[in-house]
Design a protein around this ligand. Structure first.
Ligand SMILES: NC(=O)c1ccc[n+]([C@@H]2O[C@H](COP(=O)([O-])OP(=O)(O)OC[C@H]3O[C@@H](n4cnc5c(N)ncnc54)[C@H](O)[C@@H]3O)[C@@H](O)[C@H]2O)c1
Length: 418
């Protein structure tokens, strides 16, 4: 996914492709009343980093450069890869902080060594500083596009910064590599967005660190294929007060992500992220007669012949008036990395914007991009794609001092009496 994103941006910069799927590049935003006809592009409305100003860097335990990696992944056709071969070959991954305990199906050779996790995290900080200096960057954003790690529950080592830093020194197994990247990023004042379902920055210690350092954070897990569809269809059922008996979701996927998720530990992390969505949207405790007894099942099957072309099936058993059953079937023949790449781009630009606007800590307004959005402890996360979309655009209006849009609309019909 990361190389699909970077190669995509280079093709766009050279005028050979369109950044389809990116709100930051393509979407417009309505300002003021419907009668005002003010709908600039988001890119022209808020000050986003220019495409030509972006530079990319990465860590990976697999030493392939971006060209080799793009060829192995086979997501992009040769015209999108060969024409920018030199650019892609110039992107060599830095040695990663990697431990096979957390991603069982990968074997890494391009890996850092250190006395303990603290030392490894300090090495990441040094990489960040060197990268910034070497490329003359004014600002950086880190987006976790690496593999899903095994399931870890938040515990005492994640409670506060002191416990977290002590656990890094003690090499505690509850501190996963993704948390070390998140810690290093925050310590360097770099916003951190987590595209995978592993906890990473979603623990109290790192949320606190983000607030102390005034750095924006967000996650978890890009909302791309099946879950995007789920967060569109389930609000439809709820809006119409239609009942749900069961939702059976299964996928076949043949890329490296599919291989990693074939390990039960990594799949458990993904499963938790995918399952939470329905409960939050349907609120079974408020509507027990409609959603009190939903059978929700999600599975991912590693099937190499399909490579990155995931097939996601949904069988949805619903019921209507007087409880009569009906079914909806969805078969989404999607391309995993093609759906994810524009999300990486939007998050990089919007996290950078958030930091410049003085916003720090959890960026709930960017929930639109995540399957399992982070939210303040006292809040339930918002999962409905269109509420998330409205929230994102309203936040942009708010940042620029424009009026919020409520969609009330009575003003168009209420005429003052003489
Ligand atoms: N549609 C999507 O593509 C999509 C949607 C939602 C979430 N995700 C998540 O995004 C992540 C990446 O997906 P992908 O399709 O690009 O997978 P991928 O296997 O193609 O790429 C992941 C890369 O991360 C590297 N990696 C693993 N551990 C690392 C570490 N500790 N440090 C640095 N690099 C490390 C791997 O070597 C690999 O090259 C996965 O966690 C996946 O579940 C992807």
């Amino acid at each position: 996914m990361a190389t699909t994103y970077v190669a995509g941006i280079e093709n766009v910069r050279r005028g050979r492709a369109t950044p389809v799927g990116s709100l930051a590049e393509l979407s417009t935003i309505r300002l003021g009343k419907r009668t005002e006809n003010r709908t600039p592009k988001i890119r022209d409305f808020v000050p986003l980093a220019a495409l030509d100003d972006l530079v990319f860097g990465a860590w990976d335990p697999i030493p392939d450069n971006a060209y080799d990696s793009a060829r192995v992944a086979g997501v992009l056709d040769p015209p999108h890869v060969e024409s920018i071969a030199e650019f892609l070959k110039g992107l060599e991954p830095m040695p990663a902080v990697f431990d096979q305990q957390y991603v069982k199906r990968l074997e890494g050779t391009n890996v850092k060594s250190g006395k303990n996790k603290r030392e490894l995290a300090e090495a990441l900080r040094e990489d960040i500083r060197n990268f910034k200096a070497q490329h003359g960057c004014a600002r950086l954003v880190m987006v976790w596009c690496a593999s899903t790690e095994v399931f870890i529950e938040p515990g005492p080592t994640h409670e506060n910064i002191e416990a977290f830093e002590k656990a890094m020194e003690d090499d505690d197994p509850t501190i996963a590599p993704s948390m070390l990247y998140a810690w290093a990023s925050l310590m360097e004042g770099v916003p951190f967005a987590n595209g995978a379902p592993n906890l990473s920055v979603d623990v109290p210690a790192l949320v606190q660190l983000a607030e102390n350092k005034e750095v924006p954070i967000g996650g978890k897990d890009f909302k791309t294929g099946q879950t995007m569809v789920k967060t569109v269809l389930s609000p439809m059922l709820k809006a119409r007060m239609l009942g749900l008996a069961g939702w059976y979701s299964t996928n076949i996927l043949g890329n490296r992500d599919g291989e990693v998720l074939d390990d039960p530990g990594s799949f458990k992390t993904k499963e938790e992220s995918k399952l939470g969505v329905l409960d939050h949207i349907l609120q079974p405790s408020m509507y027990p007669e409609l959603y009190g007894n939903v059978f929700h099942k999600v599975s991912i099957n590693y099937y190499p012949p399909r490579r990155d072309n995931k097939e996601g099936w949904d069988n949805i058993d619903i019921f209507g008036w007087l409880g009569y059953p009906m079914q909806i079937k969805v078969d989404f023949l999607c391309r995993d990395s093609i759906l994810a790449a524009p999300l990486v781009h939007d998050l990089a630009l919007f996290f950078d914007l958030a930091q410049r606007a003085g916003m720090s800590g959890i960026q709930e307004w960017l929930s639109f991009y995540f399957k399992s959005p982070m939210a303040a402890p006292e809040l339930t996360p918002e999962h409905d794609l269109f509420i998330q979309h409205a929230k994102l655009k309203n936040t942009l209006r708010w940042l620029m001092g424009e009026e919020q849009i409520t969609h009330l609309g009575v003003e168009y019909y209420q005429h003052e009496r003489a």
